[in-house]
Design a protein around this ligand. Structure first.
Ligand code: KPL
Length: 300
């Protein structure tokens, strides 16, 4: 299959290496075009993939059957909008990022759009990508044109298992949003690995109560206790992880907070709800982010 991967960060390179090894015709797409992308991935069991793969070929893009978007949530709308006029109308777009709300920012279009989340952990160390731990990628349709694309889950599963197809992906996305609303801001504030959050059970329960209230209003049946248990399971299974938000804060990059807690707060507001603990964490992360971005921009 002809595939373009938009975003060649840790996750993008992982997909590039795996899809290439499955025999797919893949290219990367970089914001600043380069002749190739040096893909260098070390797998959890120690094997490595090291190869230059093609990038930014407009003809390849126009013929791609899948545009896999592995950018951070805040980069999605401008990058995808710029490529939309150059895609084949049947090219599926799969958005794989933390948080929700990016699709609402895209201009009206008739591409088949899929959304997903993944629990694969990968991080960059210099010019190498370390695939820290395997995980599951959940994908599903978010536009009517994408309802019949479940075969894509099988194709992706062959390359980087596990991949699960959900006809109702919004429900899976909300559960992942709950996990990210708890783990990401708390690890960034306490500067700790995911597992250390087991020390804050009351704060976790408060956050889960607020998220489950909004989920109920959005029509997704859940309970605070069910959500809390799920979040605790993820905290345990990713105990050694440095969350993506903590990595962003440590390297002074823009975080995905606007699409994680920010999205939750926007949905809560539309139902007339106030979420004091999530709002407090949102403000604290924004303050941190603004501080280093102001200093980075040379502002007083
Ligand atoms: O998605 C994650 C992230 O770090 O962004 C979790 C699930 C919290 C794993 O670290």
């Amino acid at each position: 299959m002809k595939i373009t991967i938009l975003g060649c960060g840790a996750l993008g390179q992982l997909w590039l290496s795996r899809l290439y090894q499955q025999g797919h015709d893949v290219q990367g797409w970089l914001r600043v075009p380069q002749p190739f992308c040096a893909v260098n991935v070390i797998e959890p069991e120690g094997t490595s993939f090291n190869r230059n793969l093609p990038t930014n070929d407009p003809e390849h893009l126009a013929q791609s059957e899948l545009l896999l978007v592995t950018l951070k949530a805040w980069q999605v709308s401008s990058a995808v909008s710029a490529l939309l006029p150059r895609l084949n109308p049947r090219c599926a777009i799969l958005l794989l990022h933390n948080g929700m709300g990016t699709q609402d920012e895209l201009p009206a279009n008739s591409q088949p759009i899929l959304q997903g989340t993944t629990t694969h952990a990968a991080r960059r160390e210099g010019s190498t990508i370390i695939h820290v731990a395997g995980g599951t990628t959940h994908i599903g349709p978010t536009s009517p044109a994408a309802i019949h694309l479940s075969h894509l889950a099988e194709m992706l599963h062959q390359a980087l298992p596990d991949v699960a197809w959900h006809n109702n992906i919004a429900s899976a996305n909300w559960r992942k949003l709950a996990v990210n609303c708890v783990i990401n801001p708390l690890t960034a504030l306490y500067d700790c690995r995911n597992g250390e959050l087991q020390r804050y059970p009351e704060q976790i329960e408060t956050l889960c109560r607020e998220v489950s209230g909004v989920m109920e209003m959005e029509g997704y049946h859940t309970s605070c206790e069910g959500l809390r248990q799920y979040v605790m399971e993820v905290i345990q299974s990713t105990a050694d992880n440095i969350s993506s938000m903590l990595q962003d804060v440590r390297t002074q990059r823009h975080t995905e907070i606007d699409y994680i807690t920010g999205y939750l707060l926007r949905r809560a507001r539309s139902h007339g709800m106030i979420l004091p603990e999530n709002a407090r964490l949102f403000e604290l992360i924004k303050r941190k982010e603004n501080e280093y971005e102001r200093i980075g921009a040379g502002l007083p």
